[in-house]
Design a protein around this ligand. Structure first.
Ligand SMILES: Cc1cc2nc3c(=O)[nH]c(=O)nc-3n(C[C@H](O)[C@H](O)[C@H](O)COP(=O)(O)O)c2cc1C
Length: 355
């Protein structure tokens, strides 16, 4: 069958950036930390993306915002996503993204959350095509990196705005478009209508990435085959479940053992603590416990036990006690990672100092 012949291990390009597989890990605010992205690459994502970073935060050299610009040696190719509504500030942010070592600068025209849309950024820009194009043009002129744009189908249910705006953004300099074909109004309800993705593919001559409801190899292959998209993007399906990426790319359907789950989770905890510090990481990680341990992998009360523990070290101890064989796997995983000081590349001084 034609659908089954789609090869997810095929490489493709966004201008001169080579993407080794046709699977992209989605940007997700509050999720896409460096540990998530590095894990995604290990499990078969050809491209990973930071969560959206405020261009105003970058302009004001907000320390927490600048932390989002850290790029690890084993993340490439990596896109860093920025959001904002002012072309000049977005161009400045894009220059910092380039200086930080990203391979692509991604622009968010899809965020439906009020906190973002009320500032004129995110999905609202789909209703302001001239401004959206001015942002893309300013960013494309500011950097040598290829510029990508991620959008929703439009603001209101049934909207087809992305099909009008998408080609204009390509004319303005976008080297690739990602479409999540839900409306902003829909948030995450209903289903992603990838017939719109197919229409967008037919309207532009740049690669299109299909985002929304890709949770299995069969679905990925069907969407690639029926839309002509260059790649599929996986978001929620990969939360606490990197194994789904491997299944989608390689067709390896084996459920992970408890030991594998615990080893990946403990590695994720350690790396996140290193990235965010213990205080921020311990709150951030709580949702991941449910994501990793759910899906019938561990009894439900176990997650409840973990979220009330006082430190991530205690969480680690409890996890390793529940699956002692995980320790050996964890040591193997850690041995295969680049050494600690190779991981976080220093940002140029000017990024911190503003001068
Ligand atoms: C928790 C969460 C945070 C997200 N944050 C972002 C973001 O920062 N930037 C963005 O472009 N999309 C964001 N998205 C949208 C996803 O990238 C993706 O397009 C959407 O979830 C549909 O794909 P899925 O069905 O595979 O999850 C987010 C989605 C979720 C669930």
């Amino acid at each position: 069958m034609a659908v089954m012949s789609v090869d997810l291990r095929e490489s493709w390009r966004i201008r001169d950036v080579e993407i080794p597989t046709r699977l992209v890990l989605a940007p997700m605010a509050g999720v896409s930390v460096q540990a998530f992205r590095r894990q995604g690459r290990r499990f078969g994502a050809g491209l990973v993306c930071s969560e959206m970073v405020s261009c105003a935060g970058i302009e004001h050299r907000n320390e927490k915002t600048l932390g989002y610009l850290r790029v690890a040696a084993d993340e490439h190719p990596l896109a860093i996503q920025i959001f904002g509504s002012d072309p000049r500030t977005m161009a400045e942010a894009a220059r910092m993204v380039e200086a930080a070592g990203a391979d692509l600068v991604d622009i968010n025209f899809g965020c439906p959350v009020r906190k973002v849309t009320k500032t004129g950024a995110g999905a609202t820009l789909l209703d302001e095509p001239a401004r959206a194009a001015a942002i893309v043009e300013a960013v494309a002129n500011a950097v040598d990196l290829p510029v990508s744009v991620k959008m929703r189908r439009g603001l209101r249910d049934g909207s087809r705005t992305a099909l009008e705006v998408g080609p204009q953004l390509v004319d303005a300099g976008a080297a690739t478009l990602t479409l999540h074909p839900r409306s902003a109004q829909q948030m995450y309800t209903g289903t992603a209508d990838h017939s719109l993705t197919a229409e967008l593919v037919s309207l532009v001559d740049v690669p299109v990435i299909a985002s929304g409801d890709i949770t299995s190899r069969a679905r990925a292959q069907a969407v690639l085959a029926t839309t002509g998209a260059a790649a599929v993007m996986v978001g929620r399906g990969a939360q606490g479940n990197p194994w789904t990426l491997r299944e989608i790319v390689d067709g390896d359907c084996g459920e992970p053992t408890r030991e594998e789950v615990v080893a990946e989770l403990v590695l994720f905890i350690r790396e996140t603590v290193r990235e965010l510090g213990e205080r921020r990481a311990s709150g951030f990680l709580k949702k991941f416990y449910g994501w990793y341990l759910g899906r019938g992998r561990f009894p439900r009360p176990f997650k409840q036990e973990l979220v009330v523990l006082g430190s991530t070290e205690e969480v680690e101890r409890r996890l390793l006690a529940a699956a002692p064989g995980a320790l050996r796997l964890l040591e193997q995983l850690e041995a295969e990672l680049p050494a600690g000081d190779e991981v976080l590349l220093d940002l140029p001084i000017s990024i911190y100092g503003g001068g």
